[in-house]
Design a protein around this ligand. Structure first.
Ligand code: NAG
Length: 391
């Protein structure tokens, strides 16, 4: 046989294999309705070129290793105590200075199935029962803690903790499906994100692969108790943070790798625009005391993600190969987990970039909370909190 024919035959076999997926080995086998959406990627020339060649994040201190699993959000209460963090088994924990103690939980149905497990990922199958608190914010006046739980929507718990009270689980008739992050204004109105109305958090890998565009940005009005949709059709909207003066908020566009600015006051109120193009794909964003924004970038961009974004059909073909979701995700993030955090001015100018490009010490950062000259960094995938001294 001629080599050309052998090759053609092999390609045909591969095509049939991928088309039928007989052994259910692909990353999207369990998702018959999977659709890969095109992503309107920012042009390569608009992507910031800055790098932290010194890998300064490698100087971070790793704290609480294996005492906290998947601590996505890190918050301090109005007295400056903490941190508080939401972990993989559904609890919100409080570091009282000596030990981690239970502070709050979001699910009324917790049972022994939520008990400790070996890794953050091993909780995924029961998250919808145990709860998964992601975004955390304290109301500085009342001391109430507001929680965005991936499965239980928007909740609030008093300074004494315990079972959180639900504020909302739907918006304009459509249930929240993947509540992700929030911020609160002075009157207790909540701005928050629902990352997808199709994929739940335990299928976040498929949400990343799909770039599903059903994500929403919402507002909970504390006076009327109503939830309204501010923006829809976003691809994996994630972190959200109000500006220091409250005139706008920014939110992360996970699939595009950008920050979007939504105006709350002034003549542009109710409209949004691009605030910054990020060096990679973001998770959360937090405002510091100077009104600057710290963005946790989950991973850097690559040519691979660029082409996958522009050619969704090609992406779907790759996803149908007999390669597990975990490996597909590693390819997506550029081979190995690493860390990138970026600071932007209130005007959207890149001010600082800190990295651990090899993931030697810090990796897969979800959030950066600045407090007293230190950056507290949580990670939804890791069993620790990293602390970096910027002073
Ligand atoms: C909440 O609703 C009240 C009553 O309709 C309105 O006056 C107020 O402006 C709303 N707040 C926000 C933040 O939209």
């Amino acid at each position: 046989m001629k080599p050309g024919r052998v090759l053609a035959g092999l390609f045909l076999l591969l095509a049939v294999y991928c088309g039928t997926d007989p052994f259910k080995h692909s990353a999207i086998s369990d998702f018959p309705d999977f659709v890969s959406h095109e992503i309107d990627m920012p042009s390569l020339s608009s992507v910031p070129k800055e790098r932290d060649t010194q890998n300064l994040l490698q100087k971070s201190e790793i704290k609480f290793r294996n005492q906290v699993q998947g601590p996505e959000s890190v918050a301090f209460d109005p007295q400056g105590r903490g941190p508080y963090t939401g972990v993989a088994d559904g609890r919100v924990l409080f570091w009282n200075g000596q030990a981690w103690v239970d502070f709050a939980h979001t699910s009324p149905h917790r049972s022994e199935i939520c008990d400790p497990k070996p890794s953050p990922m091993s909780y995924l199958p029961n998250e919808h029962i145990c709860g998964r608190p992601l975004g955390l914010r304290f109301d500085k006046k009342t001391g109430d803690l507001y929680i965005a739980d991936a499965y239980f929507g928007l909740l609030k718990v008093g300074p004494e903790g315990g079972l959180a009270t639900s504020l909302t689980t739907e918006a304009e008739g459509e249930p929240l499906r993947f509540t992700n992050d929030l911020d609160i204004d002075e009157e207790g109105n909540v701005y928050f994100t629902d990352s997808s109305t199709k994929y739940q958090r335990r299928n976040f890998l498929q949400l990343v692969f799909s770039a599903d565009d059903s994500g929403r940005v919402l507002k909970y009005n504390s006076t009327t108790k109503e939830t309204t949709v501010l923006e829809r059709n976003h691809q994996f909207p994630n972190g959200l943070s109000l500006s220091k003066d409250g005139s706008f908020f920014v939110f992360c566009e996970g699939a595009k790798g950008s920050l979007r600015k939504y105006w709350l006051k002034g003549e542009k109120a109710g409209t949004s625009e691009v605030f910054a193009v990020l060096p990679g794909f973001p998770d959360n964003v937090r405002t510091n005391d100077n009104g600057e924004f710290w963005v946790a970038v989950h991973c850097r961009r690559s040519l691979y993600t660029y082409f996958c974004a522009l050619f969704p059909k090609l992406r779907k073909v790759i996803l149908k190969l007999p390669i597990s979701a975990k490996i597909q995700f590693l390819i997506h993030i550029g081979g190995w987990p690493h860390a990138v955090v970026v600071k932007y001015s209130p005007e959207g100018k890149l001010l600082q970039i800190l990295e651990d490009s090899t993931g030697k010490v810090v990796k897969a950062i979800s959030e950066v909370e600045e407090k007293d000259g230190k950056l507290w960094m949580g990670s939804v995938l890791m069993p620790f909190i990293a602390v970096y001294n910027i002073a």
